[in-house]
Ligand binder design. Structure first.
Ligand SMILES: *Cc1c(COP(=O)(O)O)cnc(C)c1O
Length: 400
């Protein structure tokens, strides 16, 4: 049996280990070995490895300072645990009968966190121009139902929602918490330069190795509500309050000192990372912008990657395949969207999710990381450009 052959190891590792892509989808830049050795040496000297040590405190302060002076940051071991802690703290643990509104066009972690918190994901469609959750769908659901406990707004691909003010008003009008999954969006902006992290009741960031602020595994909740921040800090440490033990249903979601130390170094480079990523994106927009669509406000985002909406699913699939053939790794986020994935088959949707299905067939996400060379950028542009030309020129006639 192949699986038991130790020389092959795990299939997934074999596939990754062989590194078939000359240009990977994402290549994080971590601190150097010398820098990490220095950080680790100090952590060992202080003899404080986790449990809100000096690095974690500095990192949490730096995160909140970046978002805005009056904000608090609570760090977590990853964003999924942060989402569960936030949902259960903000809404209380559900008994499986009430719903939380969330888009189907998102990463599964959001709807999964809703379920772990005891709620049912109520899946809404997306807005075609921005790929953000459909405001009209959420509005309709709230007008018709009385089982909605809250809204988990997902900032798609970490891009700030252009209609954030309307969402805040909608949640306030219905007296519901507005919790925001901004996992890939540390460094992004809403309209008028308002920083992502400042909206709703709280926003959640991921510092996973694939995100623009990459520390390996890590996450944070940012909120203006000091009491919510205090309760979250307790929840992430087994629900312990000083002196009395557990006062809430807690878990262990603490960020380790070494990851916090990496985070402090990554924050120093953030301006450079954002500038480079936005430069790569603007190159794509300059050359391809006439023929394809980019999500609204992506240019003010931290550009986790560049998502391009192609005119048809056929062209998307051909471009994806052409990139793969030439050694460029692209991805088809979010395909399948949440409501099509087997685990979520029983989830309720607000009407048909036709825009979500259309976009999931036409969207192609391509590399835009800070170290992507200009020749590789040109190659990506050329490959996509060639597929677009083929599809509109005589070649397409011949194909039909
Ligand atoms: C990456 C991501 C997450 C999960 O973050 P982790 O830190 O890996 O748990 C959740 N939601 C969205 C939208 C993401 O992109």
């Amino acid at each position: 049996m192949r699986r038991s052959d130790p020389s092959r190891g795990d299939d997934r590792l074999t596939e990754r280990g062989s590194a078939p892509f000359r240009v990977p989808f994402i290549r994080p830049e971590f601190p150097t070995v010398a820098e990490l050795a220095e950080d680790f040496q100090q952590i060992v000297e202080v003899n404080w490895f986790t449990n809100f040590g000096p690095r974690e405190r500095d990192f949490a302060d730096a995160i909140s300072m970046y978002v805005g002076e009056e904000y608090h940051a609570v760090t977590f071991s990853n964003a999924t645990i942060a989402l569960i802690a936030l949902l259960t703290t903000s809404l209380g643990r559900g008994d499986g009968t009430r719903s939380v509104i969330v888009a189907s066009f998102t990463f599964a972690a959001g709807p999964e966190a809703i379920e772990w918190s005891g709620y049912r994901p109520l899946l809404v469609d997306l807005e075609p121009g921005s790929l953000q959750p459909s405001f009209a769908s959420a509005q309709a659901a709230l007008a018709e139902r009385n089982d909605v406990a809250g809204i988990l707004l997902t900032n798609t691909f970490g891009i700030g929602n252009p209609a954030i003010d309307a969402w805040e008003s909608l949640a306030a009008e219905h007296g519901l918490p507005l919790l925001i999954d901004s996992a890939a969006g540390f460094g992004s902006e809403y309209p008028e330069g308002r920083r992502v992290g400042t909206a709703g009741d709280a926003e959640v960031f991921s510092f996973h190795a694939t995100k623009p602020l990459a520390i390996g595994e890590g996450g944070a909740v940012v909120t203006r509500d000091g009491d919510l921040a205090r309760r979250l800090r307790e929840v992430t440490n087994f629900g312990f309050s000083a002196g009395v033990g557990a006062t809430a249903l807690g878990l262990n979601g603490k960020l380790q000192e070494l990851n916090a130390a990496i985070g402090l170094r990554q924050l120093e480079k953030l301006d450079y990372v954002l500038r480079r990523r936005r430069d790569v994106l603007s190159r794509y927009v300059d050359v391809l912008g006439e023929a394809v669509e980019f999500p609204r406000l992506i240019e003010r985002s931290s550009v986790c990657f560049a998502t391009i909406l192609l005119p048809s699913g056929q062209i998307r699939d051909r471009a994806h395949e052409a990139l793969r053939r030439l050694g460029v790794e692209a991805r088809v986020y979010y395909s399948p969207p949440v409501h099509v994935q087997p685990h979520f088959a029983g989830c309720e949707t607000v009407g048909a999710l036709s825009a979500t299905e259309d976009v999931s067939h036409r969207a192609l996400s391509v590399p835009a990381y800070q170290g992507l060379g200009s020749q590789d950028q040109d190659m990506i542009i050329d490959i996509i450009g060639a597929e677009l030309r083929d599809s509109t020129g005589p070649m397409e006639e011949a194909r039909r």
